[in-house]
Structure formats: C-alpha cells, structure tokens
Design a protein around this ligand. Structure first.
Ligand code: FES
Length: 116
C-alpha cells in the first residue's frame, strides 16, 4: 500500500522583487503564507502568515533576525520569535507555524502547497 502526496507549486513573485530580510504575504492553496528572502544566505523561507499569539495575519511584517545561526522572524505584535526553517516558536515550545517548501525556478519564487 502506498500513499502518494502531490505537491502543487504556486508561483508567488519574482525573486528580484523580494527585498532581503523583508517579508511579503502570499496566498497559497487558500492559506496566507509569509515569504522571506534572507539577506545573508539568500535563502527563501515561507511560514504561516497567521500569528497564533495575536490571531492576526502579520508574520510577513515581522522582524527578520537570527538566534545562534538559526534564521528567525519575530512577530510584530508580541515579539515572539520563530525559527524560519522549522516554524518552531523559540519562546513557547508548544507553538509551531507551518513551514512551506520553497524553490526558485527561472527567477521566480514558488511555494509548495497541496496535500500535507
Ligand atoms: S493561514 Fe492557513 S494555517 Fe495559517
């Protein structure tokens, strides 16, 4: 018995349009996703735009930083920090944001959605 999961890639914006260390909000598969291009590594990360602490869709406006080499974003509301690579909240072990797969194709940023 095999289970296949399909990833649907949604093109959200040109890589060049992403200002390093500034997030943008995108709609992927009906979910609001916050997309970040890191100034240091150039890596693109995507996590839920929804801030579980404030209940507002604000994570793309969060402050990008790092904690012990881990890239983070801090909620602009109550300042909790999240690991951009895992979605783990670094200030509350019980809270995790969904991390969305990202890739760059022909200079376009694409976010993977589909069945989880
Ligand atoms: S916006 Fe869909 S899970 Fe957060």
């Amino acid at each position: 018995m095999t289970t296949t999961t399909t990833t649907t890639w949604t093109r959200v914006c040109a890589l060049d349009a992403l200002v390093p260390d500034r997030g943008v909000a995108a709609l992927v598969d009906g979910h609001q996703v916050a997309v970040f291009r890191l100034g240091g590594s150039g890596d693109v990360h995507a996590i839920d735009h929804h801030d579980p602490f404030s209940g507002a869709n604000v994570m793309a406006r969060g402050l990008v930083g790092s904690r012990q080499d881990v890239p983070t974003v801090a909620s602009p509301m109550h300042k909790q920090s999240f690991d951009l690579t895992t979605g783990q909240c670094l200030d509350d072990a019980d809270v995790t944001l969904r991390v969305w797969p990202t890739r760059v194709v022909d200079g376009w940023v694409e976010i993977g959605g589909g069945t989880a």
